[in-house]
Design a protein around this ligand. Structure first.
Ligand code: BV8
Length: 277
């Protein structure tokens, strides 16, 4: 009983400290990984795959080599994941990040996810570090990088063709995501480094901190003297140097945190009014 009381006091204290840092912040960079979409029913990248895909390692499938070797297998994997994403809704964690935009003057979401759920939730500034599997492009980028293709129109014409063919050059169509071994979109990566250096606080939600170069962003923020706050039910590659660790699922921790930020801002506003009257 006593230990659980101590534990809940400690959790409250950490949440208060995180809320206070966010209430003072002018600029917030939020780095998210697959964990933030877990409560929307999207499996995280490293948890075991299920069903037909149980025999495949995502890291092996998410490569240009795998696509060249077996384009239909890789395309069908992404069609399966696209279906999951299209049927998913943003969860309370995504929505809490949107609410933070009312409380912190500048909020940018740097996401490793390819599901588009931050945009669907209403986040107004989302940097997609690894692309978006709702979009497709010509594998050869025959009309410039990226040569985006409306695959749904192509698929409805010839259902059996998978992957569909590019209407411009006849080559394969692929998902508009960054595969292992491929470089991240230059504009997205430079915006992410800039946000990591210029923010007051970096909030990291639901990433194992394994995939580079995204995994290096928290260390950039830490090295620039910013406050680093992590939300994750498990330890990650970031935990060892995070200033504040809020242990738990994003869908529970983030709404609680945002409520405390709102209260902290009210308290600061009242104090400011008293000091000027
Ligand atoms: C590149 C799109 C130049 C595709 C993805 C430096 C060091 C070591 C290796 C490298 C390095 N530089 C480059 C590499 C190679 C490689 C890499 O990082 N390999 C690692 C794995 C060893 N990187 C690259 O190839 C990158 N390209 O750098 O180009 C280059 C190339 C080669 C060599 C040198 C330089 C390209 C990387 C992009 C790959 N594409 N996605 C697709 O999705 O199909 S990455 C993929 O992993 C997803 O986008 C995913 O988001 C991402 C990261 O994983 P996480 O998001 O962290 O997900 P994970 O499952 O791991 O963890 C989930 C977390 O959530 C856990 O911590 C869990 O506890 C937590 N959680 C669970 N439930 C909840 C929760 N949190 C909150 N709430 C919950 N409810």
């Amino acid at each position: 009983m006593l230990s659980s009381l101590r534990h809940s006091r400690a959790v409250n204290d950490l949440t208060e400290q995180a809320a206070s840092a966010l209430a003072r912040a002018r600029s917030l960079a939020v780095l998210t990984g697959a964990g933030v979409s877990k409560e929307s029913g999207i499996p995280t990248f490293r948890e075991a795959q299920t069903g037909l895909w149980v025999q495949y390692d995502p890291q092996e499938l998410a490569t240009p080599q795998a696509f060249r070797h077996n384009p239909k297998l890789v395309w069908d994997w992404y069609e399966y994941r696209r279906q999951l994403v299209v049927e998913a809704n943003p969860n309370s964690g995504h929505l809490a990040l949107v609410e933070l935009e009312q409380l912190v003057p500048r909020v940018v979401v740097l996401t490793q996810n390819v599901d588009g759920l931050h945009q669907a939730a209403g986040s107004s500034d989302v940097v997609e570090l690894h692309g978006n599997l709702r979009r497709s492009k010509c594998f050869a980028n025959c009309r410039g990088d990226p040569t985006l293709i409306d695959a749904t129109a192509l698929l409805s014409e010839s259902r059996q063709a998978s992957p569909p063919r590019c209407p411009h050059c006849g080559g394969y169509v692929r998902p508009d995501v960054v595969w292992f071994g491929e470089t991240l979109p230059e504009a997205a990566l430079s915006r992410a480094y800039q946000a990591s250096e210029e923010c007051d606080v970096m909030l990291i939600v639901g990433t194992s901190g394994v995939v580079h170069p995204a995994a290096a962003l928290p260390a950039v923020a830490k090295g620039a003297g910013k406050t680093v706050i992590e939300v994750n039910p498990e330890p990650s590659g970031i935990t060892s140097f995070a200033d504040l660790i809020l242990q738990g699922p994003g869908g529970e921790v983030l709404p609680r945190l945002v409520e405390r930020v709102r209260q902290a801002k009210c308290t600061r506003a009242v104090a400011a009014t008293r000091s000027t009257s």
